[in-house]
Design a protein around this ligand. Structure first.
Ligand SMILES: Nc1ncnc2c1ncn2[C@@H]1O[C@H](COP(=O)(O)OP(=O)(O)O)[C@@H](O)[C@H]1O
Ligand SMILES: [Mg+2]
Length: 254
């Protein structure tokens, strides 16, 4: 069974249909790149999976359990971590504080269970350890006490990747993680994603074809609210309709 299963998914924003029958199956451990022109509905699909956009019809399930109707908080608890296309950081909050908050939330510190003082202190110890190991894994330990707003852009994106990973997700959704980076920053970032996504199922919205080739086992093309093809990167590149759509778009903008 697929870890993520999406069937006949319809999402509209206002009166505008955005997703019009999306079908997508992502087996556990697979790395899938989701590509498609701007406005195709890629971010909306991530919003729908994470409870931020409401489905009018269809099904979304994780490991056989429906995610529809759950709050974002509940979906995160089921093991879904995501990063956003637009930065979600607090400019004046330090790197370590961002990770601390994300870890506290992931450990259920604010939840009703185990609210005794001893329990909370044990948890604080867990948080310290997790933050420290995350800082190292993200190669952000030298800027732990720097406000996020003062970090170079690529390191801000790295912090956002860390926030998505704080829940130790089974399914990691990354929305254009390398957009706006230089080639060398991209190469470095892809190396980090590759290491940090190991053992997880990854869905990645990405326009940069070298990144897609480096990271993805499969590529799905979203076009006009539907998945046109889901296949290997090689197959997608030679697919007649994909070529026609992308070529006609390029010619139209020349
Ligand atoms: N909050 C919103 N209000 C109105 N329209 C929106 C909103 N979010 C997205 N859209 C529209 O939905 C379509 C799909 O957007 P999006 O999912 O962001 O596409 P992609 O990520 O593939 O570029 C676009 O036409 C966009 O204008
Ligand atoms: Mg988008």
């Amino acid at each position: 069974m697929s870890l993520l299963q999406i069937e006949e998914l319809h999402v509209q924003i206002g009166t505008q249909p955005i997703l019009r029958g999306v079908e997508l199956q992502v087996p556990a451990g697979q790395r899938l790149a989701l590509i498609g022109p701007n406005g195709a509905g890629k971010s909306t699909l991530f919003h729908a999976i994470t409870g931020l956009a409401m489905a009018q019809r269809g099904r979304i399930s994780l490991d056989g359990q429906s995610l529809l109707g759950l709050s974002t908080h509940q979906i995160v608890r089921r093991g879904v971590g995501r990063s956003f296309q637009i930065s979600q950081l607090f400019a004046s909050l330090t790197v370590a504080d961002h990770l601390r908050l994300a870890c506290l939330s992931a450990l259920g510190y604010h939840g009703g269970r185990g609210s005794g003082l001893l329990h909370r202190l044990t948890r604080l110890g867990d948080v310290r350890e997790r933050v420290q190991s995350q800082l190292q894994a993200l190669e952000l330990d030298d800027v732990a006490d720097t406000p996020a707003g003062q970090l170079p852009y690529a390191r801000q994106r790295m912090l956002e990747l860390g926030l998505a990973l704080a829940v130790d997700p089974r399914l990691l959704l990354l929305d254009e993680p390398t957009a706006g980076m230089s080639r060398s920053e991209t190469t470095d970032f892809v190396r980090r994603i590759d290491a940090l996504a190991r053992g997880r199922t990854l869905v990645l919205v990405e326009h940069d074809m070298p990144v897609v080739f480096d990271l993805a086992d499969q590529v799905a093309v979203l076009h006009e609210g539907r998945v046109l093809i889901c296949a290997s990167a090689q197959e997608v590149q030679t697919h007649e309709e994909v070529r026609r759509l992308y070529l006609s778009r390029r010619e139209a903008t020349c």
